[in-house]
Design a protein around this ligand. Structure first.
Ligand SMILES: Nc1ncnc2c1ncn2[C@@H]1O[C@H](COP(=O)(O)OP(=O)(O)OP(=O)(O)O)[C@@H](O)[C@H]1O
Length: 510
């Protein structure tokens, strides 16, 4: 027998109110499922822990106070893996890193991942864990630390090790900013176990970290946080601040959203504003949290300004942060694309490959990703010139003319006008027939030259110019057949003697 509950009847569902078992908020039964989906995200790994009591509603003044000073992202930095969301592949329950951490046997690590994905946070969590087990944790940032600072840390680590048998973990943020010789400073000390090194980098460590150092470290790849993980990070902050999430699927009813003890209005945020913020953050939790902080502060300031202007103590019952507020708070271009980092190379590579694969739509997409992200149009244009020769080549020689024209056009008019020039050229190149004949043949020539044993063969005498009598006497230009003087094909050698008969268009090596 099926028992129907009030949630089966939309009208009754609106009337019937239930309490969320996670956050204790009451709401119409019809909303409990969607609410739970969101609320459970607060608990990493989907394990809901019942809240100690109903969420505390903060007044506007209290929220403002909490948001002022240190960036919200720093205030919200988790201290334990329990609040660390996403990155299951790197530090999930079954991972090697997790078991090594639990066993206090952490090896030297390089944490590699995009900005705001949790590298520093993971190091911070490791630091907390280590301190509990009497392991020293020292932090340096490669942006301002000097080699002498590193030496001091190492010296102290040596003393700690020999006198007190204490291990030292040295965390270097942005390790890629240290040059190769600075990185060499760590090498022997990592090797002999004086320090356990944890380096964080947004750049590909294969290019930015010394090979010798890299081979002594385990590289942990952290990924951009998925949207749900950013939502979870945002919701944790929203709850900590005592801000209420307004369910956009139901009519606004501030009175039903808990209350705060002060006479200050409560602060609300639209649920779709949280979603939008998470989407626009592009996997960067710091961007999301900063965006939230800016949007809430901007809304609170607008309320204050309105009160002053109207000359009255204006106290609405609530302050609402909307989707529009968060969009305004975020500069999309700064979020999507890191001009100096890996993303720059990844996107240009994706564009090159899409054009090579003659996928005009994908080509335009990657072009857009770069230009909208603030990429230098001349950088893209230079790549198009190269592509016109490398990939289109003589299958359509006018591709090169098109690409050079696009480059010059971009040079003349700049962004944003030049975007359409680049778009036109990208589509031209994607649609063009492709030939790597010249590119491959030239590579064969280079391989031949570079692999040639001993000195390179001399230029044959008959091909040499003979501007002086002495040169003529030495045989320069002798026997050269001037092709236009012959009506039939000329039989003449043009390669050095040792390379006679070599065809770079057919042979890879000579
Ligand atoms: N996985 C995560 N779980 C919970 N919070 C996170 C996570 N990742 C980042 N955050 C939040 O975002 C903030 C910024 O993250 P963090 O400093 O760890 O980024 P990062 O990867 O070191 O970035 P960058 O390379 O720019 O220094 C943290 O203070 C924290 O509040």
């Amino acid at each position: 027998m099926e028992v129907s509950g009030p949630e089966d009847d939309p009208f009754l569902a609106q009337l019937h109110r239930v309490q969320c078992p996670v956050c204790q908020q009451t709401m119409p039964a019809a909303h409990i499922h969607s609410h739970l989906d969101r609320c459970l995200l607060l608990q990493p790994g989907g394990q809901a822990e019942p809240a100690a009591g109903p969420p505390r509603a903060s007044g506007a003044a209290e929220v403002r106070q909490m948001l002022e000073g240190k960036p919200l992202a720093d205030k919200m930095r988790p201290d334990s893996l329990q609040d660390y969301v996403g990155q299951g592949r790197a530090v999930g329950p079954e991972t090697l890193l997790r078991s090594l951490l639990e066993a206090n046997e952490l090896p030297s690590l390089i944490l590699w991942g995009p900005p705001g994905c949790g590298k520093t946070t993971l190091a911070h969590i490791i630091a907390n864990h280590s301190k509990k087990h009497s392991i020293r944790f020292v932090t340096l940032s490669a942006t301002n630390a000097k080699t002498t600072d590193v030496r001091d840390v190492i010296k102290q680590a040596q003393n700690e090790k020999s006198f007190f048998k204490r291990k030292t973990i040295l965390f270097i943020d942005e390790i890629h900013r240290f040059n190769k010789s600075q990185q060499d400073t760590f090498l022997p000390h990592v090797e002999c176990g004086t320090i356990t090194l944890i380096g964080a980098t947004t750049e590909n460590p294969s290019f930015q970290v010394n090979a010798a150092l890299l081979s002594r470290c385990r590289v942990i790849v952290l990924e951009k946080l998925p949207v749900e993980a950013v939502v979870a990070v945002l919701m944790r902050a929203i709850n900590t601040l005592g801000i209420h999430v307004l369910d956009s699927s139901r009519p606004a009813d501030p009175l039903s959203h808990g209350s705060n003890s002060s006479s200050e209005p409560s602060v609300f945020i639209e649920d779709r504003a949280v979603d939008t913020l998470a989407h626009l953050s592009d996997g960067d939790a710091r961007t999301g949290l900063n965006g939230l902080q800016l949007a809430v502060l901007a809304r609170l300031s607008a309320r204050k300004a309105f009160g002053k202007k109207s000359g009255q103590t204006y106290s609405p019952s609530r302050v609402l942060v909307t989707e529009g507020d968060v969009k305004e708070g975020l500069q999309r271009s700064h979020i999507l694309y890191d001009r100096a980092g890996d993303e720059h190379y990844n996107c240009i590579s994706a564009l090159h490959k899409s054009m090579r694969g003659s996928d005009q739509s994908a080509s335009l997409y990657w072009l857009g990703r770069m230009l909208e992200g603030g990429e230098d149009p001349l950088y893209v244009a230079r790549r198009l010139v190269r592509f016109a020769s490398e990939d289109v080549g003589l299958a359509d020689p006018s591709a090169l003319t098109q690409a050079v024209a696009a480059y010059q056009g971009c040079h003349f008019i700049g962004m944003p006008e030049c975007e359409v020039l680049l778009a036109q050229c990208v589509v031209y190149l994607a649609r063009a027939p492709k030939s790597i004949e010249v590119f491959s043949a030239y590579n064969n020539v280079k391989a031949c030259l570079r692999g040639h044993p001993g000195p390179l063969p001399p230029v044959p005498l008959h091909l040499r110019n003979a501007p002086t009598r002495l040169m003529k006497d030495l045989g320069y230009g002798q026997g050269y057949k001037y092709n236009p003087a012959y009506s039939e094909p000329v039989d003449q050698e043009y390669l050095p003697e040792q390379l006679r008969g070599v065809d770079f268009f057919k042979q890879r090596r000579c």
